[in-house]
Design a protein around this ligand. Sequence first.
Ligand code: UDP
Ligand code: MG
Length: 318
Amino acid sequence: MPDRLTVLVAAYNEQEALPALHPRIRAALDRLEGLDGHVLYVDDGSHDGTWRALQAIAAADPRVALLRLSRNFGKELALTAGLDHVDADAVVVMDADGQDPPELLEAFVARWREGYDVVYGTRLQREGETWMKRGSAYLFYRVIGRLSHTPIPRDTGDFRLLSRRAVDALRQVRERNRFMKGLFTWVGYRQCAVPYERAPRLAGNSKFNYWRLWNFALEGITSFSTAPLRVATYLGIATALSAFVFACFVVVKALLFGDPVQGWPTMMAVILFLGGVQLMALGVIGEYLGRLYDEAKQRPLYLVDAWRPSAPSEPAAP
Ligand code: UDP
Ligand code: MG
């Protein structure tokens, strides 16, 4: 039996991009020798014709499996659902919009055969993206690199190959607030990078606006670091120290020069400053508390609406 490889694609409203992407995935799979290639598309509760497009693709290609979630759960959970449903020796995670070139599959598989468990694509360039997006991504990877205990490779998306044991390890992670880029690294084993040029989208628009990216960044930071909590502590200490120094100054000044009723502006400044610092620290704690609450509810990570496995590649033994 040849090794099995599954390409896992999460798609949300990608009806135009998918029919263009699939032939390229197929061609890439055909080029791999001695591998039984499959594709699993996860429809993350799309509102457009994505599911219909996927059904057409699956009807024409027995190697395609389909999974539809009951609603839009977001890319991280769509990938999780996909990983829960694959049964292969290696999985390649890829975007549906053609930004991750399927042509890189061969390079990934070559590294995997050398014994690497996680082979990730590192972007050399991001074409067709605004400087704002590139800039914020740049900043994000540097900040999280500083804060996280798990070193998260820079400029690396979800595009990567995972070995069987890496997938098995990921399946054991059932946390709700999942930051996949971090989790992929968290599993450890042997990891290596393959550089590539990130292409522009084939069709449609990015599903991540800046608000979503900001929340995504918060997700990443809070899932992989408690540094913000410590910052709150240090901010508290620094404020208390400066308050002490200021208090000494006020007392000495009052002793030396008397204390006519004065100082309303100073008082307001101090009160507002302290209030701001306190609210900020509370907010930081709240971010973590809210996530704790989410975890405590123990809801299922996602719900499946439809599951259509790919046709078995070998005819069943008589
Ligand atoms: N995606 C998804 N669920 C979502 C949002 C996005 O499955 O709720 C998929 C989307 O279809 C695409 C991938 O995640 O395959 C990356 O999304 P996008 O291209 O919009 O992000 P960008 O490349 O702009 O960061
Ligand atoms: Mg994209």
